[in-house]
Design a protein around this ligand. Structure first.
Ligand SMILES: *Cc1c(COP(=O)(O)O)cnc(C)c1O
Ligand SMILES: *[C@@H]1O[C@H](CO)[C@@H](O)[C@H](O)[C@H]1NC(C)=O
Ligand SMILES: *[C@@H]1O[C@H](CO)[C@@H](O)[C@H](O)[C@H]1NC(C)=O
Ligand SMILES: *[C@@H]1O[C@H](CO)[C@@H](O)[C@H](O)[C@H]1NC(C)=O
Ligand SMILES: *[C@@H]1O[C@H](CO)[C@@H](O)[C@H](O)[C@H]1NC(C)=O
Ligand SMILES: CC(=O)N[C@H]1CO[C@H](CO)[C@@H](O)[C@@H]1O
Ligand SMILES: CC(=O)N[C@H]1CO[C@H](CO)[C@@H](O)[C@@H]1O
Length: 751
């Protein structure tokens, strides 16, 4: 959700609000030193004390308040907004438990609670003076004086502020996270007669709203607690914004009734995905019920204020709340949604005819309604095409180059200066050095150092030894069928079988590393992890193989592990079925850090290929049109299984228990899925993938040519800075200019 105070009345600082249920921040210490330009000084000082800064950094817990791409994007955006000097706020929930810690036990994923606040959090400051009430449940009273939402249960939202420093520019923005607190009288009235103890214990009921992050990536789970979380952050944040609006010079101290007409001139709300979509009925409720603006005017204001971003194409990510649950928790909001829906249907006769009659039906039969009615974007687009836009995502070059790969940043700066840190498009200048032997050597040397360092880390942490001159072939991201870790597994097995078939044949050594968390309730994803670890178990212990091939599962993939493994990667695997990955940002991190990409024409891979030239990536497999054609024709996995002997051998090994001798039927579900109901068509891309991997091997044997391609990729990665994304949003959506002129007084964090 984006909310920006912008407009023609552009005198006061224009404010941007980013509201998200996830902020995947990772660690803060090193980022703070980098952005304040203090790292060398701190390094030196700590060294003088006889300590090692890196060791200290390792002690900090990751702030894991996110699942994957979406939450990490929010964190990159905060960094870019501060660096561009925009007055921006991040608003979210201060989960007491972030994304679980993943342990691998006996090859299976086991989840451990992420008690990240156990030793306190030195980066946050509680702001009890800005605490706000949030209402739930109750009932709606239609009175002559207007609608009243009464008999509600109140939960308090306590803000905690964390500073977000820009890169060397004297700007510090704020991330404000809400924590749920029970009011002092919570449940006491009812229990006054005696059950005082019970009532105090029940405070948990209110306070568990901010207890834990839902660990699903791209998957909707219709739990009441999740709906409470979504409303909690929306309600607290809108109150905060309106409070600030009213007290600003352009707000309305007097005649409350009229002043909201200027609201959309100063406020633009962008709903990012459906999670904060409750902002629309909530804003309507505040305007109509609380501020007494009339309905039509309130709708005009709300419409001019709100916009929506759709970013996922997977139907299982679409939010669908049971009407009964919604009605119980937010009765007034349900009324408002029904009324809005009716207005919408009246305007769009076509939707009425495709979705059926009355509002309840149109909102989805069977007592469910969807965040997006009937998902008919086309209708909206035909009505108002100017309302539709698209923006390419990005990553912050501070964390994902300067901080995680200082060696590479140094050799780049030696050639082109330091301008690229805040203007990543300057990396283009590296194209002049693509044939410069000393630069090629330097880039290759940095990669080798990073690989040695990561190998040492793995050995120390996990007691695994890997061959540092092998190709580091990495796929790290959430485990998901659509991301197709299974295709990677089939390649690993194929390589293994080739070694076994002819052990004396020359072989380009590889270390295949796969990492990522599976949602605890996602059976297939957990089986995929077990399969990866089982394959590793067999391959890594086979004396025929030696150090030519290893399959390693990287436990507990998270931001701080990404910072270690990505700079050490030679090959980046981005192999989702074309048409399923909305963007991906992991792919961008690898590109900037000098890994070559093997990938499908999906998500931002398409733009990466556009920037660097398709011949400088390893692109393989079906395009979106091919997938659609195959859908029309009917995908038949067996056809590939029968036609491709190496594929058949690999599948047979999985199903016969070759990798799970103690439990031969272990992977029955996996094989059954692949053969009979694979929505993501793994086998259809197998042949092209294996062939393409052969080309990867070929190039890897020529280190000079490999490194030249690496340099070309780095040089062409400038577009993928989140500074560029934010600049486009600022100019094209919020109508604010990133500028260095409205820097606040130093040392005064903005409220
Ligand atoms: C960047 C990042 C992601 C997103 O990776 P994708 O490959 O785009 O899915 C997920 N988790 C972490 C920890 C990340 O840093
Ligand atoms: C909240 O906490 C209470 C008390 O610990 C527990 O009984 C209840 O189930 C929790 N509610 C939810 C929705 O998880
Ligand atoms: C986003 O758009 C796609 C296609 O345009 C649609 O299939 C999907 O359901 C939408 N998702 C959400 C959350 O709106
Ligand atoms: C995205 O927007 C650009 C212009 O802003 C346009 O050229 C392009 O076709 C759009 N892409 C899609 C998929 O809509
Ligand atoms: C490589 O670039 C450096 C400038 O950074 C230059 O001094 C050197 O001569 C170049 N080497 C070659 C072989 O072009
Ligand atoms: C406006 C905005 O923030 N859009 C982002 C919402 O989140 C998705 C998922 O990460 C991004 O792709 C959008 O760019
Ligand atoms: C005071 C200061 O250092 N301002 C800088 C903040 O960042 C912008 C954009 O990078 C620079 O232009 C300013 O000079």
């Amino acid at each position: 959700l984006w909310i920006s105070f912008s407009s023609h009345l552009a005198l006061p600082p224009q404010r941007i609000y980013y509201l998200s249920l996830e902020f995947y921040m990772g660690r803060t210490l090193q980022n703070t030193m980098v952005n304040l330009g203090l790292q060398n000084a701190c390094d030196e000082a700590i060294y003088q004390l006889g300590l090692d800064l890196e060791e200290l950094e390792e002690i900090e817990e990751d702030a894991g308040l996110g699942n994957g791409g979406l939450g990490r994007l929010a964190a990159c955006f905060l960094d870019s907004m501060a660096t561009l000097g925009l007055a921006a706020y991040g608003y979210g929930i201060r989960y007491e438990f972030g994304i679980f810690n993943q342990k691998i036990v006996d090859g299976w994923q086991v989840e451990e609670a992420d008690d990240w606040l156990r030793y306190g959090n030195p980066w946050e400051k509680a702001r009890p003076e800005y605490m706000l009430p949030v209402h739930f449940y109750g009932r709606v009273d239609h009175t002559p004086e207007g609608v009243k939402w009464v008999d509600t249960q109140v939960v308090l939202a306590m803000p905690y502020d964390t500073p977000v420093p820009g890169y060397k520019n004297n700007t510090v923005n704020t991330m404000r996270l809400w924590s749920a607190k029970a009011p002092n009288d919570f449940n006491l009235q009812e229990f006054n007669v005696g059950d005082y103890i019970e009532a105090v214990l029940d405070r948990n009921l209110a306070e568990n709203i901010s207890r834990v992050l839902y660990p699903n990536d791209n998957f909707f789970e219709g739990k009441e607690l999740r709906l409470k979380q979504e409303y909690f952050v929306v309600a607290a944040t809108l109150q905060d914004i309106i409070r600030r609006f009213k007290s600003s010079k352009f707000g309305c101290r007097d005649p409350v009734r009229t002043c909201f007409e200027t609201f959309p001139d100063k406020v633009a709300i962008q709903l990012n995905d459906t999670h904060p979509a409750l902002s629309i009925p909530e804003l309507m409720r505040i305007l109509v019920d609380v501020e007494k603006v009339d309905w039509d005017k309130a709708w005009e204001i709300t419409k001019r204020t709100c916009a929506y971003t759709n970013h996922t194409v997977l139907p299982e990510a679409l939010e669908r709340w049971p009407v009964s649950m919604f009605e119980k928790l937010l009765p007034r909001h349900l009324e408002i949604i029904y009324a809005l829906n009716q207005m919408h249907l009246d305007r769009l006769p076509r939707v009425r005819s495709t979705c059926g009659g009355g509002p309840a039906e149109a909102l989805g039969g069977g007592g469910w309604f969807r965040s997006l009615w009937c998902s008919r974007f086309k209708d909206f687009y035909e009505l108002e095409p100017e309302k539709f836009q698209n923006k390419t995502n990005g990553i912050t070059p501070r964390r994902w180059l300067l901080l995680c790969n200082p060696g590479l940043a140094d050799v780049i700066a030696e050639k082109i200066g330091e301008g690229f840190i805040t203007d990543l498009s300057q990396l283009k200048k590296l194209l002049d050095f693509i044939n410069n032997e000393s630069f090629i050597r330097d880039v290759a040397k940095v990669k080798q150092e990073n690989k040695l360092k990561f190998a040492a880390y793995l050995e120390e942490q996990y007691k695994v030894k890997i061959n540092p001159s092998s190709m580091f072939d990495v796929q790290v991201k959430r485990i998901h069928e659509y991301k197709r870790q299974l295709l990677n597994c089939l390649h690993a097995i194929t390589l293994y079988n080739r070694i076994r078939r002819d052990p004396s044949k020359s072989f380009v050594p590889r270390t295949i590393m796969i990492g990522g968390k599976a949602a605890p309730g996602y059976h297939m994803a957990k089986m995929i992890i077990k399969l990866i670890t089982s394959i590793g178990e067999v391959i890594n212990n086979d004396p025929y193989v030696g150090d030519r091939l290893k399959v390693i599962f990287l436990e507990n993939y998270r931001v701080s592990l990404a910072e270690k493994v990505i700079p050490a990667a030679d090959l980046s695997q981005q192999i989702s079925t074309a048409g399923t990955e909305a963007s991906g940002t992991g792919n961008m991190k690898f590109m900037v850090n000098g890994a070559l990409t093997i990938g499908t024409m999906d998500g931002a891979n398409v733009e990466m290929a556009e920037e660097a030239g398709e011949e400088n990536l390893f692109i393989f497999g079906m395009r979106v049109e091919d997938v659609e054609a195959l859908d029309r024709q009917g995908y038949n996995a067996r056809e590939y299984y029968e036609r491709l002997p190496e594929l058949r051998q690999a599948v047979d090994q999985i199903s016969s228990g070759f990798f799970s001798p103690r439990d031969p039927g272990c992977f029955r579900d996996v094989v059954n899925m692949l053969m009979h109901h694979d929505r993501f068509k793994v086998f259809a891309d197998y042949e092209a993938y294996i062939k393409c991997q052969g080309q990867v091997d070929q190039l890897f044997m020529d280190p000079r040519e490999w490194t030249k391609k690496v340099i070309r990729n780095i040089a062409c990665s400038g577009k993928f800075s989140s500074d560029r994304t934010i600049t486009e949003y600022a100019q094209e959506i919020w109508g604010v200019e990133p500028s260095a002129t409205k820097i606040p007084p130093p040392n005064l964090p903005r409220d």
